[in-house]
Design a protein around this ligand. Sequence first.
Ligand code: DC
Length: 221
Amino acid sequence: MKINIAIDGPAAAGKSTIAKILAKKLNYTYIDTGAMYRCVAYFALKNHVDPQDEMKVCQLLKDIHIDMKADKIYLNGEDVSKKIRENEVSMQASSVSRYKDVREFLVSQQRQLAKNGGFILDGRDIGTVVLPDAKLKIYQVASIECRALRRHKENIERGLESNLEEIKAEIESRDYQDMHRDISPLKKADDAIEIDTSNMTLEEVSQTIYKLVTERVNELC
Ligand code: DC
């Protein structure tokens, strides 16, 4: 039996890294919902539409088609997996995620994708809005220092320019915006299990969640 797993939490908490490890271990399908908001922001920027202009951004939705295949994300057939990770796109993804039409457009696709069991979705509103019936909900957090340092190291490993203080400021302002928006703000679902990964290795986090999944599946069988 396969269940659906929701992983929510603030920016750069390592949700996608853990979700990918778990998906492999469990033979589940991983859906990166943040990448979908990033696609909307990227598409607006590419078409010279101001991401702060709600009406104009929402008018673009009819021309946006997102596909996910084998760890890659395609926007209208173009592989945008790398481009959507750029700093400007991160901040603007948070901005466009405030809009009702954008959320409805993406949430309905996310629910459709995960309509059967066996999916791991990570994001901000998975346990609260997208999959309120998910059989396991994780709220993954880590201190701001830890999150910024991990992102900084990742950038350096990838050969990207990186400034620790700038990363910290960007993460903090994105979290503030994601937690204080009117629609589906980031918050822990009442029935979510909080895991603070600040002092944990990837192996420890994935083992902890893996154990929770097997326990939950056994309970349900
Ligand atoms: O997970 P991420 O950092 O790639 O997400 C980018 C932005 O998208 C994030 O700052 C807020 C938004 N987002 C959201 O509102 N709801 C989700 N389920 C996932 C992401």
